[in-house]
Design a protein around this ligand. Structure first.
Ligand code: ZN
Length: 416
């Protein structure tokens, strides 16, 4: 991709609205823009990072045996009245009446919709288990949207729902998805604490939160430096680890995932039953498993940046290589830049070519801000002896490489 053909409006300074470090960097790097408080557009680079995160999630959810669905954002309020959650969830749910007088809400979550769907299709133990997941936009009337993509009124979630005939089946799916979450967060370059948590408005017996330590967090977690177990930080809470007695430290965190053993909370009130092997009617046993997909971008940037900009983890990066021809008026330099761009694309390496007529200093600053993993510089030295400079974002050392050997060097750097 050529810089001139995409849309990367970088900023020297962060806009006034920016609160946290990730919020500032995502705005400055031209990845997102605010439409109104809590509502954002994803520009080409931010959208590529978002799609990469979604790809990782899809791969790991499918590996854990879940099938993808797409569910409606418009939901009849009547369904929420049947589960009783229209009252519990309160003003956070966006409701309206359509021209036919139907009371409708914009889905803040989908437990009712999916339980009703499965209720109508599943009647026998022979049809269970079923595990479905969705990646889509959800809505909340947030009183105080915060930190850009972290707490918005419109946000992208991955939610999975498991339907089992017994507790053992639920345990198995819970463990499988727990393990998938650990792989997802690792591939996103995140250090995550898993904490046994309250189930809150979702209900159910057991739940775990996945928390990312971040400078500007929303919640505090108590963390055991000895056995690495996390605990919810409550007022009168113990200062020593209940597992190993190690000293607990308070860490500021962002929640990126939350999984719940719901049991029969939704199936019993919505009538999602099945006939077991003995011919007896039973409510289906459920679990639900969320990841805040859009806020994951912010969490990744919170944990992966320096004073100069973002340092994308390899699998999330919008492009793997940025080519920096330092003088675009020099035909030999541009010829080599175009040639390398074509070779890299041909080799399946995503690449951005900065073909702007800008000073070298501007190009270097923007390349650091965007956080693309490898910077390939074609400057004066190339005209002298044919060498290019290869630099990894976040590292000081620069390596002189020849145009012939550069693909090999890039492959080695990308596959570590
Ligand atoms: Zn401990």
């Amino acid at each position: 991709m050529y810089w001139s053909k995409t849309f990367i409006p970088t900023l020297k300074d962060a806009p006034q609205e920016a609160e946290s470090e990730s919020h500032k960097l995502l705005l400055r790097a031209g990845m997102i823009r605010m439409l109104m408080a809590g509502v954002y557009s994803y520009l080409p680079l931010g959208y590529r990072a978002l799609m990469n995160i979604q790809d990782i999630i899809r791969q790991e959810m499918q590996a854990s045996g879940a099938a993808e669905v797409l569910l409606p954002a418009l939901q009849p309020l009547e369904l929420w009245q049947r589960s009783g959650r229209d009252k519990d969830i309160g003003e956070v749910m966006i409701r309206f009446t359509d021209r036919k007088g139907r009371k409708i809400c914009l889905g803040p979550t989908h437990e009712e919709v999916i339980t009703d769907l499965v209720r109508q299709q599943v009647s026998s133990y022979k049809q269970l288990p079923v595990v479905l997941y969705q990646i889509q936009t959800k809505f909340r009337d947030e009183l105080r949207p915060r930190f850009g993509l972290v707490r918005g009124c419109e946000f992208i979630m991955k939610d999975a729902y498991s339907f089992d005939r017994d507790e053992q089946g639920l345990d198995k799916n819970y463990q499988l998805i727990f393990a998938a979450y650990e792989r997802i967060f690792k591939r996103c370059g995140l250090g995550v604490l898993s904490v046994e948590a309250d189930s809150g408005v979702m209900g159910g017996s057991v739940s775990h939160e996945f928390m990312v330590p971040a400078q500007e967090g929303e919640d505090n977690v108590l963390f055991c430096a000895v056995c690495h177990k996390g605990f919810p930080a409550k007022e009168n809470a113990a200062l020593n680890c209940s597992k190993c007695k190690g000293k607990l430290e308070k860490v500021s965190t962002l929640e990126v995932g939350h999984i719940f053993k719901l049991g029969t909370k939704y199936s019993s009130v919505l009538g999602a039953n099945f006939v077991d092997a003995q011919g007896k009617m039973q409510p289906i046993i459920m679990g639900c498993y969320g990841i805040g997909v859009s806020r994951l971008i912010s969490a990744v940037v919170e944990q992966n940046h320096d004073a100069n900009g973002i340092i994308w983890p390899m699998e999330v990066a919008p492009y793997k290589v940025i080519i920096l021809p330092l003088d675009i008026t020099e035909p030999k330099i541009m010829e080599q830049a175009n040639n390398l761009h074509a070779r890299l694309e041909g080799a399946g390496v995503t690449v951005l070519l900065d073909d702007r007529d800008e000073r070298a200093g501007v190009k270097f600053k923007d390349a650091d801000l965007l956080g693309i993993n490898l910077q390939l510089v074609i400057g004066k030295q190339f005209l002298k002896d044919g060498t290019l400079e290869l630099k990894e974002r976040g590292k000081e050392e620069k390596n002189a490489v020849t145009a012939e050997g550069v693909l090999e060097k890039i492959r080695a750097a990308l596959h570590g």
